[in-house]
Design a protein around this ligand. Sequence first.
Ligand code: DX5
Ligand code: ZN
Length: 225
Amino acid sequence: MREPNPLKLAPSILTADFGHLAEQIHAAESGGADYIHLDVMDGRFVPNITFGPMVVRAVRALTTLPLDVHLMIEDADPYLRDFIDAGADILTVHVEACRHLHRTVQMITQLGRKAGVSLNPGTSVEAVREILPFVDLVLVMSVNPGFGSQRFIETSTAKLRRMRRLMDELAPLADLEVDGGVDVHNIADVVQSGANVIVAGSAVFNSRAPIGENLARLRAAAVVE
Ligand code: DX5
Ligand code: ZN
C-alpha cells in the first residue's frame, strides 16, 4: 500500500480582505498554512475576474510559503512564464481550458515548476487519464469554479476516491487536491477519500474567527481516525 502523501492546508485568498492582505497572509502563515492558494480568473473560462501575475508577485513578497496558483483561464500558455517569474511554485491548469494539455503541462515542467491539472465537477476522471503520468498534482473541483463560499458538491468524495485509485496506478507520487466548499464538517471525508492538499477559502478567511483559529480547527477536524 502506498503511504499517503502528507496533508497540506492551502488557504485561498479569494475571500481574504484585500485591503489587509499582508496581515491576512502573515496570519495564515503563522497559523500553519502549508501553501497559499491563488485563484486566477479571466472572465472567459469562468464568469468572474480576479487578478494576474502582479498580485502573485505582491503575495510572493509577503511569504516564503509555496504559492499554489490555480489558473482558471483559457489559453494559459502565453502567461505561464509571467506567473513563474512572479513567484508561482505550482501552476495548475484546467483540462477543459487547454487545447493542447500535454504541451502546456510540459511547458510548466520545463520551466522548473510543479504542474497540476484541474477538472470541473462535470468532467469525468477519465478526462485526465492520459496526462496523469506527467503531472505533480491533480485538483478536483468540488464546486463549479468562479466564486468562493459555494456549497460542496457531495458526489465529490466518491469522485476523489475514483481519482486517487486511478492516480495510484498512473501517478502514484502525485498530490490530490480538493477545492471548493471544504469546511470543518467535510474535511475528514475528503481526506478519507484520498485528498491530501486541501484548499479552503471562506472556512479560513471569514469574520467569524481569527485566521489562525480557523486553520487549527480545520487541521484538527481533518484527522482521520
Ligand atoms: C473557486 C476557487 C476556490 C474557492 C475556494 O473557483 O477555485 O479556490 O474560492 O473558496 P471556498 O473554500 O470558500 O469554496
Ligand atoms: Zn482554487
